[in-house]
Design a protein around this ligand. Structure first.
Ligand code: ATP
Ligand code: MG
Length: 164
């Protein structure tokens, strides 16, 4: 499907905003900040699969931020790609673990991770989905400070789209 990425990301973030606000006893205070380009970005994607990717990235941002904080989602464009990033202010990922977080069943600090639920498959599936869309996914993190996940997808700027 040809999908408006701005709308898709708004939809995902609206749902997390609602979840955070309707939580009975919020143990951690989160706020979600959006920094989206004003340009409408369209891309050929599988909506369900793409939502699964960003659901996992957002769930991770919340799950691995024990003290809450701001989660910032940016939507930017370059000349031939759209870049979506999600930054948290959580526990971060140790440098030695960074190359492995997209591996199946890989979890940083197994004991701690087990108590938080999950299987360690979320990012492996995300990588598969993004690669199947011709895109890339990568991560930047500083232990104790926070983590940013990036997704880039190929994108044809509207002006160059010869559809008449
Ligand atoms: P699942 O997604 O299957 O429920 P999971 O969240 O543990 O389980 P992934 O989403 O694949 O699995 O993440 C792999 C590991 O990477 C996590 O267990 C966690 O250790 C680390 N990780 C992922 N996102 C973050 C983040 N935002 N901050 C800190 N660590 C993270
Ligand atoms: Mg996960």
């Amino acid at each position: 499907e040809y999908i408006n990425i701005n709308e898709l990301m708004s939809h995902v973030l609206d749902r997390f905003d609602m979840m955070i606000q309707s939580s009975d006893k919020p143990k951690k205070a989160f706020s979600i900040k959006r920094e989206f380009t004003n340009r409408q970005i369209w891309a050929e994607i599988d909506t369900d699969k793409m939502m699964q990717v960003f659901d996992n990235i957002m769930n991770n941002a919340i799950k691995y931020s024990p003290d809450g904080g701001t989660i910032t989602c940016r939507l930017q464009e370059t000349h031939n790609s759209v870049v979506i990033s999600v930054s948290d202010q959580g526990m971060g990922i140790p440098r030695k673990d960074l190359p492995h977080v997209f591996d199946r069943f890989y979890r940083v600090d197994k004991a701690r991770a087990r108590s938080m639920g999950g299987t360690g498959l979320g990012l492996a599936i995300s990588k598969e989905v993004i690669q199947r869309h011709g895109g890339k996914i990568w991560v930047d993190s500083i232990e104790g400070k926070g983590t940013t996940f990036y997704v880039s997808l190929p994108y044809l700027p509207y002006e160059e789209d010869d559809w008449e």
